[in-house]
Design a protein around this ligand. Structure first.
Ligand code: C2E
Ligand code: MG
Ligand code: MG
Length: 699
């Protein structure tokens, strides 16, 4: 390749061809020079063979005229030496021989000469010969260049060609093709039997068939297959062959191309893989899951076995994202995917079908107990396991929904939908549990979508309302505060309790607007009553997501400023479950809120799983005893022991106690006796609209 580019350069740089004349006879030399100059060539001369070779090396002339008979180094020797410098024979060398000197002519060609001219020189023939030689040289040069281009193009395309002479069973390939494929046959001649072993075993029959059909039936072919050379990785090749027949119509040659398409195939494989896998966890995605499920259903139809699909959703996953960041969330998803892998068997599929939603497909379930075992094992392991992310330990719980074939449907999509509906049910029941699909769930999914839409409209159209439930001082029975409780008047379904739409708002993210609205409205209303002269503290419930939100810290003081309300007059309520989700972060967050001067209370105390050590670290002002413990008081068999213990504990921690859900005088008296400071419940009043609450204030 280098040689040729060198020639190209020499040709390009020189407009007038340069001729080298080597002859010991000074007269002949000058005659030749004259003749050449007449033809407008440039000429250099050398008086002997060795100087001639030297000039050839230095100047790389376009043509050489070389005398045979010279002292010291004769013409043959000089010619050989020049050819050593020019193995591709790009420069024509014309030898000057004596008339009828046949041996010299032969020896000249042996030494690498291109042509000869006899002495004495016939000058008119001389110029023809020279011109002809130069033209041949130019043509030769063009040909070489084209061949080089083709070779280069073939190399780039990793494409080669071959001929198969079917009579002699010999393959002919240009140099480089076998090397390209990594095949080494030691330069020997070879036939079909020598090539076939390089084809990987699974593809061998197909390849053999194609070649035999070409030979025996004259059929052309196109085939993709793999080849394998010992010590190398598999390669993919694409072959295309045409058949050349003789006069009798029998196959004479098969001529084909072979292309190494390994790189292309790998790219294709990768794209295919990406289309069917989740990028983050590399698990099969929803498309592949549906595909495998459909396949499993077909098999199960015949075998009569069951197929199960489990949809698994990580509870309150958004909290990880919002408190530790998205990278941490992603890490957790990867760890969770690895975790699930321990529970499935070969042939079962784990898939990631949504943000924090996974699915397990059990393809053939001989015994439903295996499914129960799987669920139990996952739960048990999750209970004991902490996922470590960025030096934080994160505990997870999951909601699972299960659908079965043939019980719950016969189509893949239908079953996935059913499992999803069941999972939503598990979520709605508070998460950390599993639900099997039941036939009325589809309607509920539909309802849920409608509800979501309606709720969005309600928030946009300010169709939500706050009710206020009074909290009274246990000694004076005067109203000292109230809890703001949100209400939604649905145009068709009437009053919908917060238990039904707060979780929905959380899941869909609508809680952001809803929460902001509640916060502002409660502060506005309280500021108004304060301006009328009432001294009140309003309890405002924070949802999990709202508590995790960053802008809460800014929102609260802004609103207090806007409505000119003292921070002391609001009491932000969070539940234990929310605080314990990521206790370390909650401590930080609560301290930030505390610095704003607001009160903080622990709602529904006793229903979660606070550890006391954390409770000590939360900067709280109020504990709200959950209604369930209050209910216990005065009931048959109830002792109120828990309520009593909670009050004692709260006092030891210097916390004020509010009892929720007080409905009877018996309860009231009991709580008063044991030191509870504030009472909230139907005994005093149900939560009521603002105008009605105002009437209660005025009493
Ligand atoms: P919570 O914060 O524990 O609120 C107390 C719930 O107990 C209220 O139910 C109230 O109506 C009810 N209650 C009060 N006294 C009695 C009683 O004597 N007997 C009985 N049976 N019930 C009583 P509600 O209004 O249905 O709210 C339920 C939950 O919804 C609240 O529990 C709170 O967690 C949540 N919630 C309500 N409003 C909001 C809000 O604006 N934002 C957020 N994030 N959550 C809210
Ligand atoms: Mg509350
Ligand atoms: Mg409560």
């Amino acid at each position: 390749m280098n040689d040729t580019s060198h020639i190209e350069l020499a040709m390009a740089e020189r407009e007038t061809p340069l001729m080298l004349v080597v002859d010991d006879d000074v007269v002949i030399r000058s005659l030749i020079k004259k003749a050449l100059q007449n033809q407008a060539y440039d000429v250099v001369e050398a008086p002997n063979g060795s100087e001639g070779v030297e000039m050839f090396r230095k100047l790389h002339p376009d043509l050489v005229l070389l005398d045979v008979l010279m002292p010291m180094m004769d013409g043959f020797e000089a010619c050989s030496a020049m050819r050593k410098l020019d193995p591709e024979r790009t420069v024509p060398i014309i030898m000057l021989t004596g008339l009828d000197d046949v041996t010299s002519v032969d020896r000249s060609f042996d030494a690498g000469a291109t042509d000869f001219i006899t002495k004495p020189i016939n000058w008119s023939l001389f110029s023809q010969r020279v011109r002809y030689s130069l033209r041949t040289r130019d043509m030769d040069f063009e040909l070489r260049k084209n061949q080089l281009r083709i070779r280069h193009a073939l190399q780039v395309a990793r494409l080669g060609y071959w001929d198969w002479d079917v009579r002699s069973d010999q393959f002919y390939l240009p140099p480089g093709v076998l090397e390209m494929l990594g095949i080494n046959l030691g330069g020997k001649q070879f036939g079909f039997a020598e090539l076939l072993p390089f084809v990987v075993e699974e593809d061998r029959d197909r390849v053999k068939q194609a070649f035999m059909d070409a030979r025996n039936k004259g059929q052309r072919f196109e085939i993709r297959h793999r080849i394998q050379v010992i010590g190398e990785t598999e390669r993919y090749v694409y072959q295309q062959a045409e058949v050349v027949v003789d006069e009798a119509g029998r196959t004479r040659y098969v001529m084909g191309t072979i292309q190494d398409i390994t790189a292309m195939q790998r790219a294709e494989d990768m794209i295919l893989h990406q289309a069917f896998h989740d990028q983050l966890t590399d698990l099969p995605n929803q498309i592949l899951l549906s595909d495998r499920l459909s396949h499993a259903l077909k098999v199960a139809e015949h075998s009569g076995s069951k197929v199960a699909i489990l949809v698994i959703d990580i509870d309150r996953f958004f909290l990880v994202n919002e408190t530790l960041g998205h990278d941490a969330g992603n890490m957790l998803l990867v760890l969770f995917a690895e975790f699930l892998h321990r529970y499935v068997q070969e042939g079962d599929t784990i898939s990631r079908i949504g943000g924090n939603e996974f699915a397990i497909l059990l393809e053939s379930l001989p015994d439903i107990n295996l499914l129960h075992d799987l669920i139990r094992n996952i739960r048990q392991a999750l209970h004991e396991k902490a996922f470590e992310i960025l030096d934080e330990k994160v505990h997870l719980s999951v909601s699972m929904g299960i659908a079965l074939f043939p019980d719950d449907g016969s189509e893949a999509e239908q079953l996935i939908k059913a499992a999803n509906a069941a999972m939503r049910k598990a979520k709605a029941l508070g998460g950390n549990q599993e639900c099997f699909y039941t036939s009325d769930m589809n309607r509920r999914v539909h309802d849920r979508l409608r509800m979501e839409n309606d709720l969005r409209n309600a928030i946009d159209n300010k169709a939500l309302e706050l009710h206020y439930q009074p909290q009274v001082d246990v000694v004076t029975r005067n109203i000292a505060g109230m809890e703001a409780l949100v209400r939604w008047h649905h145009p068709e379904h009437g009053l919908i309790p917060p238990i039904r739409f707060i979780p929905l708002a959380e899941e869909t993210g609508l809680i952001r607007q809803l929460g902001s609205w509640v916060l502002e409205e409660a502060i506005r209303q309280t500021a108004y009553w304060t301006s009328m002269g009432y001294l009140l503290r309003v309890g405002i419930n924070l949802s999990a997501r709202q508590f995790a939100q960053d802008d809460l810290i800014n929102q609260v003081p802004e609103l207090l400023r806007k409505y000119k309300l003292d921070a002391k007059c609001i009491d932000l309520e969070i539940t234990e479950t929310i605080a314990m989700q990521d206790a370390e972060n909650s401590i930080r967050k609560l301290h930030q809120l505390k610095e704003l001067g607001v009160n903080l209370s622990m709602d529904d105390f006793g229903t979660g799983y606070s550890s006391l050590s954390y409770l000590h670290q939360f900067p709280l002002d109020v504990l709200k005893i959950d209604r369930s413990f209050v209910m216990d008081i005065g009931k048959e068999g109830g002792t109120g022991a828990i309520a009593k213990a909670v009050i004692a504990m709260a006092h030891s921690m210097n916390l004020e106690v509010i009892a929720e859900g007080v409905e009877t005088e018996v309860q009231y008296e009991f709580l008063a006796k044991h030191g509870c400071q504030m009472i909230q419940g139907y005994l005093i009043s149900k939560p009521v609209p603002a105008e009605q609450f105002e009437k209660l204030l005025k009493k």
